[in-house]
Ligand binder design. Sequence first.
Ligand SMILES: Nc1ncnc2c1ncn2[C@@H]1O[C@H](COP(=O)(O)OP(=O)(O)OP(=O)(O)O)[C@@H](O)[C@H]1O
Length: 262
Amino acid sequence: MLDVDGLTKTYDGHGRSVEAIRDLTFHVGDGEFVCVVGPSGAGKTTLLRCIAGLLDNSGGTVTLDGTPVTGPPAGMAVVFQEYGRSLFPWLTVRRNVEMPLKEKGLGRAERAAKVDAALASVGLRDSAGAHPWQLSGGMQQRVAIARAVAYEPRVLLMDEPFAAVDAQTRAELEDLVRRLWRELGITVLFVTHDIDESVYLGQRVLVLSNRPTVVLEDVPVPLPDNRDQLETRSSTSFTETRNHVYELVQTAKRGGRPAHAG
Ligand SMILES: Nc1ncnc2c1ncn2[C@@H]1O[C@H](COP(=O)(O)OP(=O)(O)OP(=O)(O)O)[C@@H](O)[C@H]1O
């Protein structure tokens, strides 16, 4: 579904050159939920922007369903951390969610049905007429998720989407995203700096090295699809996987790289 092959990205300009990503390769299958963790500044956001077609890569390829990504591809939606900046403050919640459907060329009745369903799925049916600034941070992020879901993407990219909400809301939003993933059968690539979150959410966790970034290890998560904030997080499998990912991130911070990487 999503193939990243030999991706490289170097930022050039203002007399300096930063090699953010070096020879990054991984594959995400149709309907998979894959998390990405790594040290701060490793290039996680850069990677996601290259995949979303928002940033030109310097080398290698990103392919979605066999088609090379050269700009924002149809069938992909992105949810960013800064919900405050990703919603249009002058539009109501309903209009915000509707916007990409208009761009998709859907008719009025179809748009209304999809917006209603998406808002209901994130528990915001009663807030359709409100403006984003009248909602809490967690509610605004749910609007951003509803907008992505209404678009019916095949691939959903999420860049630290819950970093700015409180712990209680974060747990609710984690379960919401997992529920939507299971119900809709979409493919999810989820960037987070929170190791526990990556293990709780993902079927696999890609641990990135320090800059210039390569994949340090692709860690399978041996947890059942039915997850529960208390039960899952206190299970032995969760703790063991979490500890392994934690150690890998520590290794990455110390500059550890896979043997074959340059
Ligand atoms: N527009 C830019 N111009 C130059 N360098 C950049 C630019 N954007 C990012 N970088 C550099 O690329 C590297 C990777 O940045 P990126 O934001 O992708 O990392 P990250 O893993 O998402 O970090 P964090 O976890 O702290 O959010 C950093 O060294 C950063 O300084």
